[in-house]
Design a protein around this ligand. Structure first.
Ligand code: HEC
Length: 196
C-alpha cells in the first residue's frame, strides 16, 4: 500500500516542510519536447523556407482575387460617357467605389464629399469639370499642379472609372462643407434606372 511506503522525498526541508521527489509527468514531457520541436519547425519554415509566404504576399493574393470577383464580369471598363453613366446605375459598383473614395479621397474631400481642403464634390459648381469624362480625367491626371493628386499610378483604370460614376451620384446632394467653387455646369446625363 502507498500509505505505508516510505515517501520519496528530496531531503530539503524548510520550516518543517519537505518536498516529494516525484518525476515530472509524461504529458508534461510531451508538451516540453513538443514545443521545442515546434519552435525548430517554425523558425526553419517561416524564416528560411521558400515554401512559406509573408503577410504581404497573402494580402496581395487576396486583393487580386477580390479584384477578379468585383470586376471579373465587366472586364475592362472604358472611360467614356456611356460606361461611366451605366456604372452609376450599378449598386454593387457604387458601393465598391464608395469604399475606394472613403479610403483615398475622404482625407481631402470629406467622407460624404462635402470638401475639406479639397473642393466640395456634391454641389453643381466645378473648377475642372464640364462632362462626366472630365471627372475621370481629373481623377487620373490630378489638377491645380498636384493640389488634387493624380491617381493613374495608384488606382486601376476600372477603379477610376467607377469613381467617376460615384462622383456623378454625389452631385446635387449638397453636403455641407466648402462653399461651391468654379462654374455651375450643365446637368450630367440621366442615369438609367435612377430617378433624381
Ligand atoms: C491631397 C488632397 C486630395 C486628395 C487625397 C484628393 N483630392 Fe480631389 N481635389 C483636391 C483639390 C485641392 C482639388 C481642387 C483642385 C483645383 O483647385 O483645381 C480637387 C479636385 C477634385 C476634382 C475636380 C473638382 C472640380 O471642381 O473641378 C475631382 C473630380 C476630385 N478632386 C476627385 C477626387 C477623387 C475621386 C479622389 C480620390 C481618388 C481625390 N479627389 C483625392 C484635393 C484632393
Amino acid at each position: 500500500m502507498k500509505t505505508t511506503q516510505e515517501p520519496n522525498v528530496t531531503g530539503h526541508e524548510y520550516d518543517g516542510i519537505s518536498e516529494y521527489d516525484n518525476p515530472t509527468p509524461g504529458w508534461w514531457h510531451i508538451l516540453f519536447f513538443g514545443s521545442i520541436l515546434f519552435s525548430v519547425f517554425y523558425i526553419v519554415f517561416w524564416h528560411f523556407s521558400p515554401l512559406s509566404w509573408t503577410v504581404h504576399e497573402a494580402w496581395e493574393k487576396d486583393q487580386v482575387n477580390d479584384y477578379k470577383r468585383i470586376f471579373g464580369t465587366v472586364g475592362d471598363l472604358k472611360p467614356d460617357q456611356e460606361t461611366i453613366v451605366k456604372m452609376a446605375g450599378d449598386q454593387q459598383m457604387l458601393s465598391v467605389a464608395r469604399s475606394i473614395f472613403v479610403g483615398n479621397c475622404a482625407l481631402c474631400h470629406g467622407r460624404e464629399g462635402g470638401g475639406i481642403n479639397g473642393v466640395n464634390l456634391t454641389d453643381d459648381a466645378y473648377k475642372n469639370v464640364k462632362t462626366v469624362e472630365d471627372l475621370y480625367t481629373v481623377i487620373s491626371k490630378g489638377a491645380n499642379m498636384g493640389a488634387m493628386p493624380a491617381w493613374e499610378q495608384k488606382l486601376s483604370k476600372n477603379e477610376r472609372v467607377i469613381l467617376a460614376s460615384y462622383l456623378m451620384t454625389l452631385r446635387g446632394k449638397n453636403v455641407p462643407g466648402r462653399a461651391p467653387e468654379g462654374d455651375v455646369i450643365p446637368p450630367f446625363p440621366a442615369v438609367p434606372g435612377v430617378g433624381r
